[in-house]
Design a protein around this ligand. Structure first.
Ligand SMILES: C[S@@+](CC[C@H](N)C(=O)[O-])C[C@H]1O[C@@H](n2cnc3c(N)ncnc32)[C@H](O)[C@@H]1O
Length: 245
C-alpha cells in the first residue's frame, strides 16, 4: 500500500469501497458542500462544468440551475447514469446538462472550464496526468475531501455540515494562452466592421496579454473571450493563440 492509499483509508468514503468493482463508490456530496465547491470555483453563467462520477447528478444539476452553467458528468454505473438522466429530463435540463455513460479515464475533458471531483486521493493521483494534458490553462479543479497529490491548492476550506467536516480543495491549471495579432492589423481593421465587444477585446490583444488577463479586464469569461478571438481569427485579425504550459 502506498502513502496515497493509506490517506484514503481514513475517510468514510473508503468503507463503501469494500467489495465494489469501481474506482470509487457512490457517496453523494452534501448539497451545501456542492454549492460551496461551485462558489469557490467561481462558476459563471455560460461556463462548462464537468463532474467526474455523476452519482445522482446533484453537482451538474446545481451548476445548471443555480449558476447558469452548461454541465456534463460521466458515470460508470448504469443505474446511477439512468437515475441522473431521468432527473435531468424531469427538470427539463437536457439541453444544458449532458450525462455520459462511461469511464472518466476514457472521456475527453478538454471542453471544461471547471472540473469537480469527489473521488479518492489515489484516484486523483491517477487522473492527474490526464487533467494536465487535456485541460486548458486557467481551468479550475475543485475536489471534495481528497487532494490532488503533487498540485498546490489555491484554497483549502473546511466546511462543517451536520455530522462531519468536509474539506474543499481548489486548484487552477497553470499556464497562459496568449493571442497574437496579425502584423498588419492597422491596415486590416479599417476594412472590417466590429461590434463593441469584439473591438474591446481586440484592443486588449497586444501579443503579451493572456486570455485570463483580458477576461479580468473585461469581466467576460475566458470561454467568451476565446469565442470572440475565434471570430477575430476568422476575420484575419488574430494570427494564433500561443499556449505556454
Ligand atoms: C463519491 S461518488 C461522487 C458522486 C458525485 N460526484 C457527488 O459528489 O455527489 C463517485 C462516483 O463516481 C463513479 N465512478 C467511479 N469510478 C468511475 C469511473 N472510472 N468513471 C466514471 N464514474 C466513476 C461512482 O459510481 C460514483 O457515482
Amino acid at each position: 500500500m502506498n502513502d496515497e492509499q493509506e490517506k484514503d483509508i481514513n475517510n468514510p468514503i473508503f468503507f463503501a469501497l469494500i467489495n465494489m468493482p469501481y474506482d470509487v463508490p457512490f457517496v453523494p456530496t452534501p448539497e451545501v458542500v456542492v454549492r460551496r465547491m461551485l462558489q469557490l470555483a467561481n462558476v459563471r453563467s455560460g461556463e462548462v462544468v464537468y463532474d467526474l462520477g455523476c452519482g445522482d447528478g446533484r453537482i451538474v444539476i446545481m451548476a445548471a440551475r443555480e449558476f447558469g452553467a452548461r454541465a456534463a458528468c460521466i458515470e460508470i454505473r448504469k443505474d446511477l447514469y439512468e437515475q441522473t438522466l431521468r432527473r435531468v429530463k424531469e427538470l427539463g435540463l437536457e439541453d444544458r446538462v449532458k450525462v455520459i455513460y462511461g469511464n472518466f479515464f476514457e472521456e475527453d475533458l478538454s471542453e471544461a472550464d471547471v472540473v469537480t471531483m469527489y473521488l479518492l486521493t489515489s484516484v486523483n493521483e491517477r487522473i492527474r496526468p490526464k487533467l494536465e494534458r487535456e485541460l486548458r490553462p486557467g481551468v479550475r479543479v475543485v475536489s471534495h475531501d481528497f487532494e490532488v497529490p503533487g498540485w498546490k491548492p489555491l484554497v483549502v476550506e473546511d466546511l462543517y455540515e451536520e455530522w462531519r467536516s468536509h474539506k474543499i480543495y481548489l486548484y487552477k491549471i497553470p499556464g497562459l494562452e496568449i493571442p497574437i495579432p496579425v502584423e498588419d492589423l492597422e491596415r486590416r481593421i479599417k476594412a472590417i466592421n466590429l461590434d463593441e465587444e469584439h473591438m474591446k477585446v481586440l484592443e486588449l490583444i497586444n501579443g503579451n496579454r493572456s486570455i485570463e488577463e483580458i477576461s479580468n479586464k473585461t469581466q467576460l469569461t475566458m470561454r467568451a473571450i476565446r469565442e470572440i478571438i475565434s471570430d477575430l481569427m476568422k476575420q484575419g485579425l488574430v494570427k494564433e493563440i500561443k499556449v505556454i504550459k
